[in-house]
Each structure stands twice: as structure tokens, then as C-alpha cells.
Design a protein around this ligand. Sequence first.
Ligand SMILES: Cc1ncc(COP(=O)(O)O)c(C=O)c1O
Length: 455
Amino acid sequence: MTFDYRSVELLKDALRSLEEGFRHLPDLSERIDPEEVRSALLATAERLRDNFPYHHPLYIGQMLKPPHPVARLAYALAMWINPNNHALDGGRASSAMEKEAVAQIARMFGWETHLGHLCSGGTMANFEALWISRELRPGKSVAASTQAHYTHSRLAAVLGMPFTSIDADARGRMDLAALERALVTGDVGTVVVTLGTTAAGAMDPLPEVLDLRKRYDFRIHVDAAYGGYFTLASNLDAKTRRAFDAIAQVDSIVVDPHKHGLQPYGCGCVLFRDPDVGRFYRHDSPYTYFSSGDLHLGEISLECSRPGASAAALWATLRVFPLERRGAFAADLDACREAAMALHDALQTDTRFVPLFPPELDIVLWAVRASTAREASALAQRVFEAAAKRDLHLALATIPRAMAEPAAAVRDWDAADLLCLRACVMKPEHSEWMPEILNRLQAAADDVCGVRSGT
Ligand SMILES: Cc1ncc(COP(=O)(O)O)c(C=O)c1O
């Protein structure tokens, strides 16, 4: 069995409890034709089979992590009333849950006061942070590294802000000398510091960027959409720890509960250190904000309608997994990192593969050894396909020569970049599944490169 069925029974109990709250209302007759719904559901299930097995530990491809059952169930439960967290008029309880959950996330980063809310995901969350930066630093540019998520340059264009691309170093981290060269011009208003880049899980040097802020005037926005929860982990290397320990000093932070926070998609979070930036959101709504004089979340967010179910799911998850160092959730993050380290170590002993560098969080990047870059890229593509045939699902990433060259996987550089294999080892089960993952990976490499010559 690959899905748990017991959880569906738990949902029934919770649904009965929810119904109690509305018992005083006249009964409603059920308006479904069970046969029609059954047939539509079965057809849906059949269509959904055409997917990679994202929920299974043999899937280590893209940044996908199954929601925890408590999140899935709380989300489904909320669907029976479908609250809208735009206004307290549409989502009274779930707005309160959102405020509590977001405050817990802010506290995880060391902020007792903040302004923040949930939104549809990392893109929207970064959009709001850059928009506030534009209002506070009109005419100035957004600077982000070449390894930052592509959304930043695109969002800057949408917002009409100039964009300054900063080189990354060989580990995929923002290059400080290149950043300073951009800061000297006086044109940069905001520096995006990525804590956990999408391709390599690299950590930009936040403490050093904070030092630069003593000499230049700019805002710091941290994009920790993927990496943010790792601030709770206890097995980070010293440099990574230092970056997370400095996070409370930045101006805004993005973290995605729908990446490492066990939530279904549609759950990003943006936080501002200064609650006063709420003034930029000020607007009147002729339709809402009537039911209470308390803060309506629509008054401090750009999106209007938003799923209260996301807030209910996150709130319920945080009851089971409080955001504590050395708690159960933190232990799961430690397990992901351990699994990533184990994969990296095993790759080092296989002469056909060359890991680019040790993982800082839980993303591993490696090349296939070959004479030329083109050959190595073609082999990576073939290993990716051979692994998929063995139900091991990896990802691929195009890595610039400057990041791949130090690993010396390739002798002749006949291309500007290298296609590398990539694994997001994001499930705590990956630790115990690593031997099986390695067996399948080695078998895929046998198919493509021939049996390894020794270790
Ligand atoms: C660092 C980073 N920022 C932003 C995003 C975009 O987030 P979303 O896909 O939730 O819009 C991602 C997505 O992977 C990311 O890794």
C-alpha cells in the first residue's frame, strides 16, 4: 500500500465536530448524485495516475514534498465551508489561525513583531517584498545573484525596477566582490540574499552582506522560500548556521510552507521586520471589512481572495510540529540533510560520478565523468532516463562552467555549461531509503556508463 487510508476515517470525526458548530441551522439535504460523483472521482484518479510518484521516497527529483496527513486532512476539512482569508467577513476563524501560524514562522526567524501573511507561493511572496522595496527605494535596482531564482529578474521587470545581476562563486553563492562593485555605483536599492538556492541549495553569505550594509545604503530581502525552515536544523555546517543566525537583521523574508513546511501547494509566506510597511497596502474596499474592526488580512496583502483552508492546514500542522529546535519537525530536517550527505559521500566513491560540492542543505548536484562537457551532459541525460526506468526519479540542472569546473569531472570544456544530475532529498524517509536509492542509481549508471572500475 503506498497511500494511507486510515486518515480518511479521521476526517469523518473532524467533519462531525465541525458540523456541531452549525447544528442550529435548518438541515440541508445532500445535493450530490453519489453515482455521478463516484464516476467523476474514479475518472480523476485514473487521470492522476499519469504522474511521477512525488510522494514516494524513490522520487528525489524536483523540490516536491508530500504534505503531512494532518495538513491534507485539515485542508480537506476546511473545504466543507471554504473560508476566504481576504477578510474576516469571509474567513473569521481561519484568519485568526493564519495570524497565529504566521507569527510562529516570524518567531522562528527571531521576530517578535512583524507584518506578514500567507500567499499563493514563493513567487507572490517575493513579489510583495520587492514591491515594498520599490516603494521605499524608488528608482533603485534589485540585485540578486545569477543563481537566485529566475523569478527575481522577472518580478523586477513586472514592477518596473532595474535589475542587477551579481555573479555567483564556484559554490553557487553570491560573490561578495561582485556585489560590492554593484553597491559602489549607488544604484542598488535592494539585495536579494538567497538562503538555499533552487539549483544547488547554496547559501548566500548573509553575515558579510550585512557588513556591507554598514557602508552602503540598501535593503536586504532574504529569499528562503526553499531553505528557510533549515534554521531549525542542528546539523548544519558552521557557515550555514551563521547565515541563519543573522536572519533577524534583514528587512524582509520569504519562506514557503509548501516546500519544506509540509503544506499543500498554494502556501507561501512573506514577512517584514517593520510592521509600518503596512501603510503601502492601505486601500478601501467597498465590499468587505464590515464584519469587524480588527485587522482583515486583505488590508495587508496584495491578493484578495485567498484560501482559508491553507491557514487551517498550516495551523493544524504547527500543532503537531511546533517550530522548535530539537523538536520532531527539526529532527526530520536533520534527517533530510543526513540523507543528502550520505548521497554525496556515496557519489564520491563511484568513479563514474563527480559531486560538485558537499550539500549545504538537502540538494545534491553531481556530474557524470567524461572527456568533454558535451559528452558529460549527454551521459547525465541518459543516466536520468535510465534511473527513471528503474523507478528512481532524479532531476537535471544546467550548471555554469565556473561552478562545475573545480570538481574536474570534465577534461575539455567544449560548452559554456554542464548538464548535471540533481537530487532534492527532501523527505525524512530518504535516510532509510538511501541504500535502495543508491542501488538503483548504480544500476542506472551500469546501463549507461558500464560497470564501475573500482572505488
Ligand atoms: C529560492 C526560491 N525562490 C522562489 C521560488 C518560487 O516559488 P514558487 O514556485 O512557490 O512560486 C522557488 C521555487 O522553487 C525557490 O526555490
